[in-house]
Design a protein. Structure first.
Length: 149
C-alpha cells in the first residue's frame, strides 16, 4: 500500500494483532478513545495497544483485508485535549479488525445484527455504533475481550 491510498478523518490503534479504526465527526472523541485504548493496553486490560494514526489515516485493500497507515505528516502524533499535540510510539500499518463509529445515529441498546458490521472497499468488518452520550471504551473493551453468547 502506498501513502497515496485514500485518506479519511479517523484515528486507529493496533490492539493485539488488529487495528481498531475510530470514525466520527469532529469533536466526537476519536483521539480520546485512541488514547484510552493505548492506556488500556499499558494497564493490561487489552492486549498491547499502539497508535497507528490520529486525526487522518490512509486505508487500502490488501488481499481481502483493509490496511490502515498513519498520514505521514502526523505519524507518531496524538492530540490529548488539555495538553495539545503529543508524540507517542506508533506502528507503520495494521489490518483493520474493528470499526468504531462515534456519535452514530444507529446506536441502540440491543443493536440489530446488520448494524454490527460495515463494508469498506468491499471488505466486511465488525462494527460498533456508539451513541453521542455513551462512553465508547467499555464497548470496545467488551468487543475485544468477550464472545457472543
Amino acid at each position: 500500500m502506498s501513502d497515496g491510498g485514500p485518506s479519511i478523518h479517523a484515528s486507529a490503534v493496533k490492539v493485539g494483532s488488529l487495528a481498531v479504526l475510530i470514525r466520527g465527526p469532529s469533536g466526537a472523541g476519536k483521539s480520546r478513545l485512541a488514547f484510552d485504548l493505548i492506556m488500556a493496553g499499558r494497564s493490561g486490560v487489552v492486549d498491547g495497544a499502539t497508535l497507528v494514526g490520529d486525526d487522518r489515516v490512509h486505508l487500502a485493500t490488501v488481499g481481502h483485508e483493509i490496511e490502515v497507515r498513519p498520514a505521514p505528516l502526523l505519524a507518531g502524533l496524538i492530540e490529548i485535549r488539555g495538553l495539545g499535540i503529543r508524540r507517542c510510539d506508533f506502528v507503520e500499518h495494521a489490518t483493520v479488525g474493528l470499526v468504531v463509529d462515534l456519535a452514530a445515529d444507529d446506536a441502540e441498546r440491543l443493536p440489530p445484527p446488520e448494524t454490527l458490521k460495515t463494508t469498506i472497499f468491499g471488505v466486511e468488518i465488525p462494527r460498533i455504533p456508539v451513541g453521542r452520550d455513551y462512553s465508547p471504551l467499555p464497548l470496545v473493551v467488551a468487543a475485544l475481550t468477550t464472545t457472543k453468547s
